[in-house]
Design a protein around this ligand. Structure first.
Ligand code: UT7
Length: 335
């Protein structure tokens, strides 16, 4: 077995891209039976970003990726692997990551997508961690990118108010581990439960039924969600997996600099914080600006926290997400 204590997987650069167009709750009031007050109170969301016609998951991912490479001082040809976590890919195939590779001209890399929806970034981090800690690769660009606005049913007030578009990226780098407390990914923890696959899903089956007119009429190519059931399981799994990650690393909430949770609903985050006795001041919250950007929400949060000085060298951060699948996971990073 490879000794995973030889190398660390450090975050060498971060980046994010948010489309310019802002869609406010007030604007949604004009087309939907909803209100700014309901959305704000039940979700914490005030506005979200919407991709322009020419923007796609790959174009936003490439912008975020470019920033992460620049921040890390790594040129595109030095990238060994590009992983894109997305559930709104440009096309069914090839992967969005291959389009990103072309846009970045990172032609020495392998590139592929992973599908774990809102947990996609944590799942991607767990993959990158293995490649870097085993010494297989030196530079990995991990990106979460979504154009949720293209896969929501804009007449369904239960779902369309929740989602937004955007991308976030991390450049992860292999470094020789000097001591046990060195900076880097300390651990990742990922889980799935396929019995809950219809809690949040896009039921239109491309491989199952072929693309067909009736599914289009029934909006089966759009996100469907059982909100209440998802809420309950999201709280339970997120609290559980954060607890596991803390115990695995033998750290207390006091020793965590910042918790960056997936931004699905402010109330979910508040309940989790209460259960774990995690002070809200130590939790990154940007759902009011961007809504739920699925796989992009955690890297967008990391980039924001870095830029705002909320992450300092030597500090420990916890990341956590729950998403369709059901999938859930957490990661602990030391900076
Ligand atoms: O990222 C992946 C993970 N995703 C999540 O974790 C999302 C989890 N779920 C949620 O965040 C919440 O369940 C929602 C925000 C989706 C819904 O909030 P809720 O407090 O669970 O509301 P509800 O579904 O129980 O609906 C309460 C009422 C209903 O009215 P009736 O049927 O009781 O008369 C809804 O029809 O609120 C109504 N409602 C709305 N009213 C105004 C639902 N959506 C809206 C809306 N505007 N947009």
């Amino acid at each position: 077995m490879t000794d995973l204590n030889t190398f660390s997987a450090v975050v060498a650069g971060t980046g994010a891209y948010l489309p310019e167009k802002i869609l406010t709750n007030r604007e949604l009031e004009k087309t939907l039976d909803t209100s700014d007050a309901w959305i704000t109170e039940r979700t914490g969301i005030r506005e979200r970003r919407i991709a322009a016609n020419e923007e796609t998951s790959s174009s936003m991912a490439a912008e975020a990726g470019k920033q992460a490479l620049q921040a890390g001082g790594v040129s595109p040809e030095k990238v060994d692997l590009i992983i894109v976590a997305t559930s709104s890919p440009d096309v069914l195939f090839p992967s969005t990551a291959c389009f990103v590779q072309n846009k970045l001209q990172a032609f020495n890399s392998a590139a592929y997508d992973i599908s774990a929806v809102c947990s996609g970034f944590i799942f991607g981090l767990s993959i990158a961690e293995q490649y870097l800690k085993t010494g297989r690769y030196e530079n990995i660009l991990l990106i979460g990118s979504e154009v949720n606005s293209r896969i929501v049913d804009w007449s369904d007030r239960h779902t369309c108010i929740l989602f937004g578009d955007g991308a976030g990226a991390l450049l992860l780098k292999r470094v020789a581990q000097k001591k046990k407390s060195a900076a880097g990914i300390l651990s990742t923890h990922i889980y799935s439960d396929g019995r809950l696959s219809d809690l949040i899903w896009v039921p239109g089956g491309i491989g199952k039924t072929g693309i067909n007119k009736q599914d289009m009429v029934d909006k089966k190519y759009c996100i469907k969600m059982s909100g209440n059931a998802t809420f309950k399981v999201a709280v339970k799994r997120m609290a559980e997996v954060i607890q596991e990650a803390l115990e695995f690393n033998d750290i207390s909430t006091d020793e965590v600099g910042i918790l960056i949770p997936h931004q699905a609903n402010e109330r979910i985050i508040r309940v989790v914080a209460e259960r774990l006795k995690f002070p809200m001041e130590k939790i990154l919250m940007n759902i009011h600006k961007y809504g739920n950007t699925s796989a992009a929400s955690i890297p967008i949060g990391i980039d924001e926290a870095k830029r705002n000085g909320r992450i300092q060298s030597g500090e420990t951060s916890v990341l956590a997400a729950v998403g369709a699948g059901l999938t859930w996971g957490a990661a602990v990073i030391r900076w």
